[in-house]
Design a protein around this ligand. Sequence first.
Ligand code: KG4
Ligand code: ZN
Length: 338
Amino acid sequence: MPNLILGIESSCDETAAAVVDAGRRELASVVHSQIDEHAKWGGVVPEIASRSHLEQILPVLDRCLSEAQVELTDLAGIAVTNRPGLIGSLLVGVGAAKGLALAADLPLVGVDHIKAHVYAATMDLDHDPYPAIALVVSGGHTALYMAEGALSMTPLASTLDDAAGEAFDKVAHMLGLSYPGGPSISKLALEGDPKAIAFPRYRPKRGGLGFSFSGLKTAVLYHLRGGDALAPTPAPRDIVERANVAASFQEAVVDALVKMTLKAAKEHNLTQVLVAGGVGCNQRLRDVFAQVSEPEGIHVHFPPPNRCTDNAVMIAGLGWQLFETGQAGDLDLDASPR
Ligand code: KG4
Ligand code: ZN
């Protein structure tokens, strides 16, 4: 079984391991989410994250190898997320990967988390989607890239302030909904009217590409305060009003993401779009992309929801591509927050 790669991911608040064959076929994927540990703080607390990774990394690795029914000696190599992310969290995965690589005398490769998210959108495709426009939308990133291939991405634009997922998390907090905000807002939004409130959409100057979500977030806050910026923290409104805020906010985010992405695709004359990251789970985003892109001859590909959020399948997958192109690292591999 020469193509089996063990992937390890610990860049944020998921401890994950996966075994993937030849960059595509998943043999096992284990994800331990720390959501419950961070929920009461309304976001990820870096110190809690690294301690939890330390507790979970070995059990997660054990479970993954046993579910895949492989021994370390069956593996062709180990791939680990080494950038970007929370440095204390990254170091746990990188340390574990180095230990295993040394013990089992296996090659090691460091994987870029953002490129791996995008790679996840290509794993089930039966055609080569490159060159493509890639939209990465997660809790920490909202950016557009020109993806020339799985290993080559050129940044085109990114958010000036909050990431889209971060805006979901903060608005959910304002509405008294649970963390993470994306799933709770999208659920509540099903009961609301997306046209009820005309929240603002950011438009970059001079018709360029870009995102900004902090103005939208403030608009939601002022709306909840009844237009009085200095009013005390808003009391939760009635359920219909909350659902309308959730639906109208979600619509504004989706509108911005879809319009900018299609603008980038048209400007670069590309018909293939890859969307990845936790916000890619959002059903409204998927529906609107499908509605507006197909008539334009643009094809938008998403990973399945369990590969939108952080996972190690995408790390093992892209790691295999790196090994194939001779880009293995060594035990000096460093972690980097950027
Ligand atoms: O990619 P991810 O798991 O972690 C990072 O690398 O950031 O993304 C997590 C983010 C969170 O902000 C979460 O609220 C958001 O993805 N998210 C969603 C949905 N599911 C998760 N946002 C909108 N709609 C969803 N259904
Ligand atoms: Zn991520």
